[in-house]
Design a protein around this ligand. Structure first.
Ligand code: DGL
Length: 276
């Protein structure tokens, strides 16, 4: 049987292994789809780099996926979603590109009652103000304050996502953020970075009761499903979805750290090293 566009994999791109938390959600919701994941491990972190560099990297990474043949691109990296969605859409006009910021903003607006929303993310995501803009485009009266929590990325990759150290760091970041809301405490906290769901328990403990943690992985997967339905592009029925991994450096580390993010073992042999 000839392969159609619908039978092509969905491309998923991240600065490294963090986007595997998004891949896990996609795979759960869309078990019949194939996925081709690319982590730019040679240039991670994106979260401390300029918008220009991140956009250039994102266009190159998307190019590597497009060359292999994908039917849609999911930008799993919050930083790349925050600063590179428009450059990517401009560059790959024929391709459907879905980022994680808008789905995350939608989830935050659904979760909040008061409209007071705290956002934690990488430095570059916070500096670009993408979450504020996306949230306010849905709920103009929302009161949004964002704070960079760069150290969470290293903690998650080190396997220190829970416990004393993670909780102490979470308090150090969240206490001033929550205090900046004054008496109007936030009731929803957006985890605006691929790595932060790994620290969910520590972040929830530091945030205290009455604060709903929101991450964009689940809502992004729902948006991808909806787009596949709109385009009539689901993979042919009865297919058991497969996934393949590409990285720009260190297959060993990708497999080791990535297994924890995906929630399933990734073998070194499964990771193809590519040059962008
Ligand atoms: N993937 C990045 C994000 O979600 C976190 C890691 C990095 O800084 O590259 O923003």
């Amino acid at each position: 049987m000839n392969k159609t566009i619908s039978d092509l994999p969905i491309g998923v791109f991240d600065s490294g292994v963090g986007g595997l938390t998004v891949l896990a959600a996609l795979r759960n919701l869309l078990p019949e789809e194939d996925f081709l994941y690319l982590g730019d491990t040679a240039r991670v972190p994106y979260g401390t780099k300029s918008a220009e560099s991140v956009s250039r990297y994102a266009v190159q990474a998307a190019g590597a996926l497009v060359k292999r043949g994908i039917k849609m691109l999911v930008v799993a990296c919050n930083t790349a979603s925050a600063v590179s969605i428009e450059p990517l859409k401009d560059y790959y006009r024929q391709l459907d590109v879905i980022g994680v910021v808008r789905p995350g903003a939608r989830a935050a607006c659904k979760a909040t009652e008061s409209g007071n929303i705290a956002v934690i993310a990488t430095e570059s995501t916070v500096n670009g103000g993408a979450y504020e803009k996306a949230i306010k485009s849905i709920r103009p009266d929302a009161h949004v304050i964002s704070a960079p929590c760069q150290l969470f990325v290293a903690l998650a990759e080190e396997g220190w996502g829970s416990g004393e150290i993670a909780e102490a760091v979470a308090r150090k970041y969240l206490n001033p953020l929550f205090a900046s809301f004054g008496n109007e405490k936030p009731d929803s906290l957006v985890l605006g970075c691929t790595h932060f769901p790994v620290l969910k328990t520590a972040i929830a403990a530091a945030a205290g009761p009455g604060v709903q943690l929101v991450d964009s992985a689940g809502t992004t997967a729902l948006e991808v499903k909806q787009m596949l339905a709109d385009r009539d592009m689901f993979h042919s029925k009865g297919h058991k979805g497969e996934y393949a991994f590409m990285a720009t450096d260190c297959a060993e580390r990708f497999a080791k750290v990535g297994s924890a993010f995906l929630g399933e073992e990734v073998l070194r042999e499964q990771v193809e090293i590519v040059d962008l």
